[in-house]
Design a binder for this molecule. Structure first.
Ligand code: SF4
Length: 316
């Protein structure tokens, strides 16, 4: 299967060079921006469908068929990752999909990138126990700050969410990571960071990651934390890892003739720099820029300058 063909699948994407997980095949289980939160920094834009109702948004058999079509060719992957532009645990068939991958393709490691808000529900916790890695978010421990940054569904209560994370951590045998996304002026105060640190000490994750905005988010006023502050906070949060750029030459090659369609698909999924696209598609960055300029001229995409560089995105 060519890269173009699997980009054409509706629910699996990549493999993409993830800065967290290496070469990762993404599985997107819920419709675009269907989420329990509406984070101010979300790189996929504002949440269209704010919900806590779990549903089989796509028939399980269809996801299995897409996975079969790709995995049966024995691709080289570091992870299969439930991620995308919404909250994967809202998909009620996630447990069945995990079981399917683990029985049909046991050599692959499976990861879940989740906001962790539904783990207060014991059933959701049970469904993810066979995963190799779960990475949850914890941006705030104070309800007021949680509401300001993550803008949750009104039913969600932060103490229940934190209890859910602690309960999952106790039962889960795989790697358990926590990511803290810093938003200056909200969760970077000494008081809030102390509270976050206390909760992290209870959860005791295998890895703590610190993130800050480096591409356009849902709200344009969200700014990055400066590098010195980020480094200090990382030291305070048990030597958290500052998430860095993916560095790999394991490029995914495509024919130049097939380039425009995957380029647009990539940019529509999330804002990217020319370097991101170059890494993702294995095309020289000068060639990427030439096509990006052409798409801007045609009015098909937009650009925005950010501290990490110029990002290209779909027009709103
Ligand atoms: S960042 Fe994640 S959790 Fe937050 S709104 Fe976007 S998809 Fe949902």
């Amino acid at each position: 299967m060519t890269n173009k063909q699997h980009l054409g699948c509706r629910h699996i994407f990549g493999p993409v060079p993830s800065r967290r997980l290496g070469r990762s095949l993404g599985v997107d289980l819920v419709p675009h921006k269907t989420c329990t939160l509406n984070c101010v920094y979300c790189e996929c834009g504002r949440t269209d469908h704010l919900t806590i109702n779990r549903s089989e948004y796509v028939p399980v058999e269809r996801i299995k068929a897409e996975l079969d079509a790709f995995l049966s060719q024995d691709p080289k992957l570091d992870f299969i990752t439930f991620s995308g532009s919404g909250e994967p645990t809202l998909y009620s068939g996630i447990g069945e999909i995990v079981g399917f991958i683990k029985s049909a393709y046991p050599r692959h490691k499976v990861a879940l990138l989740t906001n962790g808000t539904l783990f207060y529900n014991s059933r959701v916790r049970e469904e993810v126990l066979d995963l190799d890695l779960v990475k949850v978010s914890l941006d705030a421990v104070s309800e007021r700050i949680f509401k300001s940054i993550n803008r949750p569904h009104h039913v969600l209560k932060l103490p229940d969410i934190i209890d859910g994370l602690i309960s999952l951590r106790k039962k889960f045998d795989g790697q358990f990571w926590v990511e803290v996304f810093l938003v200056p002026g909200f969760n970077d105060s000494e008081g809030e960071l102390k509270k976050i640190r206390n909760v992290l000490s209870i959860i005791n994750p295998d890895r703590i990651q610190l993130n800050t905005i480096d591409r356009p988010g849902a709200e344009s006023w969200v700014k990055p934390v400066n590098k010195k502050v980020l480094t200090d906070i990382a030291a305070f949060l048990y030597d958290a890892e500052i998430i860095t750029e993916f560095d790999s030459d394991q490029y995914n090659r495509v024919n130049i003739d097939d380039f425009c369609e995957p380029l647009l698909a990539t940019i529509k999924r999330r804002p990217c720099t020319a370097e991101d696209v170059s890494q993702f598609l294995g095309i020289h960055v000068n060639e990427v820029r030439r096509h990006l300029y052409a798409l801007i001229e045609k009015g098909e995409i937009a650009r925005r300058e950010m501290p990490r560089g110029v990002f290209y995105m779909k027009r709103s």
